[in-house]
Design a protein around this ligand. Structure first.
Ligand SMILES: *Cc1c(COP(=O)(O)O)cnc(C)c1O
Length: 469
């Protein structure tokens, strides 16, 4: 199994090589040369597997340069019950009728990002160890990605993490989660600015190729293929839990921002998993919903990107979307290259001629949700079922309700636990979300964070002083 670029300009590379890289050299994203297919008999033989062993089965189809016994060790370390609040790792939580939540937020930072990052942490340490190499991860976060990366990489050999966050703009809980880490290889840098400015600093420093290679900079952002592959596993898991036999269909609804999570669903479906629909849910930032409704992709600038109560989906330029478009245009790298060139020139591209295929061939439909919808869904589900959900998951449940079909399980991906976004929970039900007992004292712990001006040179100096070699 080798990987090529969505823009056709990269010689085939092995999994371990693309694991440590960001964008392909031609500006595209790494994708498998050919997807593995899973037939019905193989799928049935996986019913009894624990999550970690299912992860091994799925990931071994994507990873051909790590010995199977090593890969199995890595998946067992990543998905050990002691790191997750549920013994199942990913529990199914029934709602109304055929609807259920797929519980992806039982990991250390209470958001689904842990599902991929826990594996990435193991894989990074393993590959760096084999190569005798070190890596300094530089990233920017508005909350969930940064904490998931830090918890996955804390104390790992050969790697240090430098995570920029916007000073004073994350929830108290998110700040406490990140800044209370005392591990010697974790550096939190709060910059006086907004997330986009922090992200620009990362782009500036990683774009300085001499600095990048001298400092051994790496990334864990959402375009990393290993993250996509690790997320494919829970679509298989959800299907196996919601069905009893071969060929039964399941629909999934996915609260979406960067198109990473739902892309993994598209990959699982393309591998042969019997998925009926992939329902994409957005909040008021509905660039993707607009695309699936009209066929026109027209990303928006920061000034038209609203700050909403499901903030992890406040994204108007979905970095993983290119991988879906690659499949949509028949894996023609030149066509993808031309579309993105056109977007740079005119701000949009138009695939409305392909629109009928979105659902008929790929199962995609979409919907959007508002602040009022979110509060309504949180309140009504809590009152009728006693189930409390976070605002992102509520966007999913709101949109999923429009696509429920009798006899077909509808799994809504639970992308965070309510404790992470308690302000909105308070607004919806009049009291804060319960905090898991082991995290009760989190906000009182001492915090370790460097506050600095939003200036690439200050971050550069900090890296030069603290990077690992
Ligand atoms: C990251 C995130 C999302 C969006 O996921 P994408 O893979 O970017 O589409 C949704 N909800 C929460 C809570 C998140 O942290």
């Amino acid at each position: 199994m080798n990987y090529v670029s969505t823009r056709g300009g990269m010689a085939p590379q092995a999994f371990s090589d693309i694991l440590l890289e960001g964008l392909a050299p031609d500006g595209g994203l790494a994708v498998p040369q050919a997807l593995p297919r899973i037939d019905a008999a193989t799928l049935e033989s996986w019913r009894g597997l624990a999550y970690a062993d299912l992860a091994f089965e799925v990931l071994s189809r994507f990873v051909s340069d790590i010995a199977p016994e090593d890969l199995r060790r890595l998946t067992r370390a990543a998905y050990q019950p002691s790191s997750f609040k549920s013994a199942d790792i990913v529990p199914l939580k029934p709602l109304d009728g055929s609807m259920a939540l797929l519980g992806l937020s039982e990991g250390p930072t209470l958001a689904f990002k842990d599902m991929a990052m826990q594996f990435l942490g193991q894989a990074f340490e393993y590959v760096l160890g084999k190569r005798g190499a070190t890596l300094n991860i530089l990233g920017a976060t508005s909350g969930d990605t940064g904490s998931a990366a830090e918890y996955a990489l804390r104390g790992k050999k050969g790697v240090a993490v430098f995570m920029l966050s916007p000073h004073g703009r994350m929830s108290a809980f998110q700040r406490a989660q990140m800044y209370s880490l005392q591990d010697h290889n974790i550096y939190n840098i709060a910059v006086r600015g907004v997330f986009d400015q922090a992200q620009d600093i990362v782009k500036t420093l990683a774009g300085d190729l001499e600095f990048k290679s001298h400092m051994r900079l790496g990334a864990v952002n959402s375009i990393n293929w290993a993250r996509i592959a690790a997320q494919v596993v829970y679509y298989f898991w959800g299907w196996l839990r919601a069905t009893r036999g071969p060929g039964q269909q399941v629909s999934f609804t996915v609260p979406s921002g960067n198109f990473g999570n739902i892309l993994s669903g598209h990959i699982a479906r393309s591998m042969g998993l019997p998925v009926r629909r992939l329902v994409l849910a957005t909040n008021e930032n509905n660039v993707l919903e607009e695309f699936f409704r009209t066929g026109v992709y027209s990303p928006r600038g920061p000034e038209q990107t609203y700050a909403t109560s499901s903030p992890s989906m406040d994204i108007s330029r979905a970095s993983n979307f290119e991988r879906f478009v690659y499949d949509l245009v028949g894996q023609d790298g030149n066509r993808v290259k031309a579309l993105w060139a056109q977007m740079v020139k005119t701000g949009r591209f138009d695939l409305s001629a392909e629109r009928p295929r979105f659902e008929s061939e790929f199962g995609f439909v979409a919907g959007k949700s508002s602040h009022a919808d979110r509060l309504d869904t949180i309140r009504s589900t809590f009152e009728s079922k006693g189930v409390l959900m976070d605002p992102h998951t509520a966007d999913g449940v709101t949109v999923a309700a429009r696509y429920v079909e009798s006899g077909i399980p509808m799994l809504v991906l639970e992308t965070a636990l309510p404790a992470k976004f308690s302000e909105t929970i308070q607004q919806a039900i009049g009291r804060p979300a319960p905090v898991p007992p082991e995290l009760a004292g989190l906000e009182a712990l001492p915090q370790r964070v460097q506050v600095m001006d939003c200036d690439a040179n200050r971050v550069r100096e900090f890296l030069e002083k603290h990077a690992k070699f």
